[in-house]
Unconditional design. Structure first.
Length: 366
């Protein structure tokens, strides 16, 4: 595999989460970076812009394999490092995850707890979860005092403000001279990397936009509600156990909250359904009645790019063409590891980090 030389020319397709992270990192290394994005600078077509942006490896282990949980542990260390040099502030919080349930859902909570215990046995270094009684829930989240008689606190888990991150990465790309082309849809076939007048490398970070080049790539629809609730204060993301869906409430700055739960096997990008909105908002009200007077600021839908095994992958599509895809619902949990593995591959032709995390590499040396 070819590797980067000083001042390489790199074209990145897609300015979502991975595209922006790689563009800023490579530009900081002194490379000449060009970005082509089918949408605009706000990232409106990116799954990462709609996400709640939680970095919760143990909480996500209900649907994540152990290697993904380990990538999530890695992300908890890497996100503060990735944010630190950015030119604008980005909200990062690492107060853990609180899980609560209503009395009738105690059996489902017991099943969930058993899953967490299994994960802690399979993945070294995960903090012990803390069972809470009513007083413990009230101490952890005073706003929920008297509302739940039991809960679990998963220490150390985090979250980031994805909208602030996208804006800060945009500023950083501009500051480091990245050539940005908005509303400029391209595929890898539009370039002949390594040829005269062409980039040295093409990195395809288009998510679902790469379906034409990656067989089996599919969309998993997610739906979130954003609200402003001045009467509610939560110190950390809170998840409500439910037999049909697992609601999460992620508090951002200034009493803004992101609420989600739905996961639907479809590429449908139409607006949120009435059923989904009713379920999300009804469950939200059972977490805290103060949400009754919250103002709905946004109802959002997006499809997460997902491969057949729900694992991320990096592959060499053609000489000097690297594709990164398949972050599924774990974008902010997996992005730092995938980003760092890609930089290793470009710099040295192999990636010890990818080997450490059992990351899927196609046509590449771990």
């Amino acid at each position: 595999m070819h590797t980067l030389t000083p001042r390489s020319s790199i074209t990145i397709l897609g300015a979502g989460l991975l595209g922006r992270l790689l563009a800023t990192s490579l530009a900081r290394q002194g490379h000449r970076v060009t970005v082509h994005e089918a949408g605009g600078p706000d990232g409106e077509g990116s799954a990462g812009r709609v996400a709640a942006a939680m970095v919760a490896p143990l909480a996500e282990s209900i649907v994540a394999e152990p290697n993904l949980v380990r990538m999530g542990q890695y992300a908890l260390t890497r996100w503060p490092q990735l944010i630190a040099p950015l030119p604008a502030p980005v909200f990062w919080q690492q107060n853990g995850t609180l899980i609560v349930w209503h009395r009738q859902d105690a059996p489902e909570a017991a099943r969930l707890r058993a899953t967490f215990e299994h994960t802690r046995g399979a993945v070294a270094g995960l903090p012990a979860m803390q069972p809470l009684d009513a007083a413990g829930v009230a101490a952890a989240e005073p706003a929920l005092a008297g509302r739940f008689s039991q809960g679990l606190l998963l220490p150390g888990e985090g979250q980031i403000d994805n909208r602030q991150l996208y804006a800060a990465l945009l500023q950083d790309m501009q500051a480091h001279g990245v050539a940005l082309h908005w509303h400029s849809a391209h595929t890898p076939e539009d370039f002949q990397p390594g040829q005269a007048g062409q980039p040295d490398w093409v990195l395809d970070c288009r998510g679902l936009g790469a379906r034409g080049q990656w067989q089996g790539l599919r969309g998993i629809r997610g739906e979130v509600v954003r609200v402003h609730a001045p009467e509610v204060t939560l110190a950390r993301p809170t998840r409500l156990v439910h037999p049909r869906y697992a609601l999460y409430v992620a508090p951002k700055q200034d009493h803004h909250f992101v609420i989600g739960a739905t996961e639907i096997e479809t590429d449908d990008l139409s607006p949120m359904s009435v059923r989904s909105a009713l379920e999300l908002l009804s469950a939200l009200y059972t977490v805290h009645s103060g949400f009754a007077e919250a103002r709905i600021t946004e109802l959002s839908t997006q499809c997460r790019p997902t491969l057949a095994d729900n694992q991320p992958a990096i592959r060499l599509l053609a000489p000097r063409v690297l594709q990164l895809n398949g972050l599924y619902r774990h974008g902010f949990m997996l992005a730092p590891a995938v980003h760092d593995a890609a930089l290793e591959l470009l710099a040295q032709g192999s990636s010890p980090l990818a080997r450490q995390f059992d990351m899927h590499l196609q046509g590449l040396t771990p």
